[in-house]
Design a binder for this molecule. Structure first.
Ligand SMILES: Cc1ncc(COP(=O)(O)O)c(C=O)c1O
Length: 406
């Protein structure tokens, strides 16, 4: 049954104190980040789930210090990073993971894939929740596991999980060994409630299914919704792995440092069937960056979340007023907007279709699997000025007054 939408809230005011609600495009291009080098300045890049307001200033200072000292040898900062994560999670989300059950790795995707290898047999199946963060749709191809779609459903209020549908899938398919949650959900921004999580845990326990919960977007959960870490749900410990990192929050995707936290010792023992050395370990700069972010980033992140809270409403309200053919539900979380362009006939590459008409580069919806048809994903994690320029381009390029929409 669909959960209710958060109450409509007035667009929050801009946060004056955010350090630099401004994006210096020349500097972004010069910095060499993948988001900017291929695309700017001709196209505005909104295709990748990376925000433009980083880095957190204290992070830059700390990394500069380490670089100046030439601190590039083997290092022992990993345990500190794990402690910093556990502290952040307790302060921000009310979940205090056990550092002894928290394993560092280099990326969240690595955490997901290693869990697939550790917790499923080659003949087993993994449940996905499409439309879904597109790399998950390659699990079958790269691991040989079957994937089973537990598709989100959409109504006038937005995208929803269908808990009865999950019960049916699990009852019908004894080969299912894992449920991969994206919590909060990329690309729809949907947040699972405590009641829903409780039901999911009940079903997983009943069918002996491991839940891997990718909580990388949790920090960007907005007023009206609350991120409930799956691991806090009663009964979850014996079937849950949480994979996450600070890369979305602090825009440090190139630094490669993340964690996988296990609900109990038994889960960690099962995971250890993956040889530790095969997993590698995070590098010094990634650890230093994560530590400073997780230990000192609270105020900065509060301001960032307030800014993106403003952006999600601003984007939705401008689209409703100026481009009503583009349908968007205000996301409860993430800095991603899942735009339904189907009324405009965007073909099978909606992102490309949009880019050709507007110069705004969004991600093609069909990559996200069922539910992605006719959609494109837009990243609104940028400055307000750049967001307005994106919307201006959309209106000029595909608005009916432009005469260019088919
Ligand atoms: C849901 C989700 N998981 C994982 C990742 C990637 O994490 P990493 O680069 O650490 O593998 C992303 C990035 O967009 C994401 O949105």
């Amino acid at each position: 049954m669909p959960e209710s939408e958060p109450p409509t809230v007035d667009t929050p005011p801009l946060h004056d104190s955010l350090l630099g609600d401004h994006v210096d495009i020349a500097r972004k291009v010069a910095s060499g980040g993948y988001k900017w080098t291929d695309r700017a300045p001709e196209w505005i890049p909104a295709f990748v789930a990376e925000h433009d307001l980083g880095p957190f200033p204290a992070m830059r200072d700390r990394l500069r210090e380490v670089v100046d000292l030439g601190g590039f040898g083997y290092h022992s900062t990993i345990d500190h990073m794990v402690e910093a994560f556990c502290g952040w999670s307790a302060r921000r989300h009310g979940w205090a993971p056990d550092p002894a059950l928290t394993v560092p790795n280099t990326s969240v995707i690595q955490g997901v894939w290693s869990c697939v290898e550790a917790f499923t047999e080659p003949t087993g199946a993994v449940i996905l929740t499409p439309p879904i963060y597109f790399p998950f749709n390659t699990i079958s191809k790269s691991t040989g596991r079957r994937t089973v779609d537990w598709s989100l459903i959409r109504d006038d209020e937005g995208w929803h999980y269908d808990l009865d549908g999950l019960a049916d899938l699990l009852a019908d398919d004894p080969g299912i060994q894992m449920l991969l949650l994206c919590h909060p959900h990329n690309p729809t921004g949907r947040v699972l409630t405590t009641d829903q999580l409780t039901r999911i845990v009940e079903l997983a326990s009943e069918h002996d299914v491991v839940i891997v919960s990718d909580e990388i977007h949790a920090d960007f959960t907005y007023p009206g919704a609350t991120h409930v870490p799956l691991a806090t749900v009663p009964g979850a410990a014996s079937c849950t792995v949480t994979v996450t990192s600070g890369i979305k929050t602090f825009a440090m995707g190139g630094l490669r440092a993340s964690v996988a936290s296990f609900g109990d010792e038994g889960m960690l023992v099962r995971y250890r069937r993956i040889p530790e050395y095969l997993l590698g370990s995070p590098n010094r700069l990634g650890c230093e960056a994560a530590i400073i972010g997780w230990e000192e980033g609270d105020t900065w992140v509060d301001q960032l979340v307030a800014l993106f809270d403003h952006h999600r409403h601003h984007l939705a309200s401008r689209l409703a007023d100026e481009l009503p053919d583009v349908r968007m539900h205000v996301p409860q979380s993430t800095f991603l907007a899942w735009l339904d362009l189907s009324a405009l006939g965007p073909g099978d590459r909606p992102g490309r279709w949009l880019r050709d008409r507007t110069g705004l580069d969004c991600k093609d919806g069909p990559l996200f699997g069922p539910g992605g048809e006719g959609h494109a994903r837009l990243t609104f994690g940028t400055s307000t000025a750049l967001l307005d320029e994106m919307i201006d381009r959309l209106v000029a390029g595909i608005g009916t007054s432009s005469g260019s929409s088919p």
